[in-house]
Design a binder for this molecule. Sequence first.
Ligand code: SF4
Ligand code: SF4
Length: 111
Amino acid sequence: MNTIAIAPETVSPCQACGACCSYSSNWPRFTTEDEAELDLIPEKFVNDRLSGMRCEGDRCSALTGTVGDHTACGIYAIRPEVCRTCLPGDPECAMARRRHGLPVLEITEES
Ligand code: SF4
Ligand code: SF4
């Protein structure tokens, strides 16, 4: 399998990825957020059903940059819970990266 090993102390690989933010319009949905938390998210980034992030195709509208090169979340500090649960090296991360033709990440243990 095509993988890249990253040490835990490495700068987040997410900044050169963004694959999970461009995986499916159903993914960045709202789950456990309360009204006050959702109110912080600018309306332009919220979908018409108010059920999650607005997407263009599979890509979240809050994502800037180029997937696999350099990306950032425009609402990082207030991003939905599901966005916080996808972590580099986990199965969802691997699925998203494969979709975008990026090598799967493997987090190496500290020695
Ligand atoms: S797919 Fe993985 S590495 Fe890429 S942004 Fe999501 S969590 Fe980070
Ligand atoms: S809100 Fe941010 S972290 Fe969540 S999918 Fe959109 S760009 Fe990615």
